[in-house]
Design a protein around this ligand. Structure first.
Ligand code: NAD
Ligand code: LMR
Length: 325
């Protein structure tokens, strides 16, 4: 018997990430080449027409795995029966704007969406927040969904992870496939810490294959500020690469991986306060993220992880102050 289609809800579907994302989901790249999907596109009323246009284009692709599309501005309808929710819709950062400025602008979106997920989604719902500030937006949504297991709420640092792979591969002149055990720690922001002390290239520690000044003064800031550099260059925040990372995150969550980076609720590992949605080195087994344990953290890494985690704590305090959680 044909498999029942999996409902995937995408918020901000008429935006630029949405446009880069939806066709890849419909073609089977999110869940697997044998998994039929139903798409639900959630937008604000002013953008519903544009989302309907995208739905027309999706129809015109005649994707064999796409069993249906709905477009709505009603979150309860959009998340009804959803097994995957990609929360992309938010106000993107524009030139000169700091991510902290976004807390107030975007915080109000994620509470109601969290509640709609709580009230309507399927029991196996998995949530990936892409809209910035992604970690804290995910926390807000999670806090409004008390009936959903907390660990189903995640935020995206896979784009940072992929950027780190690409920068290191270029430096060492190796294919990205030679690099293993890359890790992004902390917040999806300029304080994030891309860690080369546990990454390996050709089986040897990556940090030992580059000079310290490059690691500290070029690699870390290039990865951490890449989002701002893309905004500066394109005049808009990254879209296709963000969509690609969202696909990678969910595919690995569902299908398993031995090592990647994802922002998931902390269980207190590595000194990250419990409950913060922070990026860790993770594996995915049996459809669940697990924090990779037992890594030694030296003083250099400790300082940087702590700085990013501090920022997450400040964001949590700020949204508490605003009454958003
Ligand atoms: P965009 O402005 O092109 O699209 C955003 C869309 O969201 C718009 O169509 C808007 O109408 C919609 N929207 C706004 N509020 C909504 C709501 N309440 N419900 C449903 N839809 C809503 O922006 P974009 O370039 O697609 O980026 C989306 C978000 O992703 C931004 O916050 C951006 O900063 C973030 N982003 C995150 C990463 C990451 O790595 N985590 C990378 C790139 C971009
Ligand atoms: C990115 O990493 O490309 C984005 O999160 C940048 C941004 O702030 O929108």
């Amino acid at each position: 018997m044909a498999q029942t289609p999996v409902k995937v809800t995408v918020t901000g579907a008429a935006g630029q990430i949405g446009y880069a994302l939806l066709f890849r989901i419909a073609s089977g790249q999110l869940l697997g080449a044998d998994v039929p999907v139903k798409l639900s596109l959630l937008e604000i009323p002013q953008a519903v027409k544009a989302a309907e246009g995208t739905a027309m284009e999706l129809d015109d692709c005649a994707f064999p795995l796409l069993s249906g599309i709905e477009v709505t501005d009603d979150a309860n309808k959009a998340f009804d029966g959803a097994s995957v929710a990609l929360l992309v819709g938010a106000r993107p950062r524009t030139a000169g704007m700091e991510r902290g400025d976004l807390l107030q602008a975007n915080g109000g979106i994620f509470g109601p969406q969290g509640k709609a997920i709580n009230d309507n989604a399927a029991d196996d719902i998995r949530v990936l927040v892409v809209g910035n500030p992604a970690n804290t937006n995910s926390l807000i949504a999670q806090q409004h969904a008390p009936d959903v297991p907390a660990e189903r709420f995640t935020a995206m640092t896979r784009l940072d992870h992929n950027r780190a792979l690409s920068q290191l591969a270029a430096k060492l002149q190796v294919p990205v496939t030679e690099i293993k055990k890359m890790t992004i720690w902390g917040n999806h922001s300029a304080t994030q810490y891309p860690d080369l002390f546990h990454a390996e290239v050709g089986g040897k520690v990556a940090a030992e294959q580059v000079d310290e000044a490059w690691l500290r003064d070029t690699f870390i800031p290039t990865v951490a500020k890449r989002g701002a550099a893309i905004i500066e260059a394109r005049g808009a925040s990254s879209a296709a690469s963000a969509a690609n990372a969202a696909i990678d995150h969910v595919f690995d969550w569902v299908n398993g991986t031995e090592w990647t980076s994802a922002a998931i609720p902390s269980d207190g590992s590595y000194g990250v306060p419990e409950g913060l949605i922070s990026s860790f080195p993770v594996a995915s087994r049996d459809g669940k993220w697990e924090i990779i344990q037992g890594l030694e953290i030296d003083a250099f890494s400790r300082e940087r992880i702590d700085a990013s985690v501090r920022e997450l704590e400040e964001e949590r305090a700020a949204v508490r102050e605003l009454g958003l959680i």
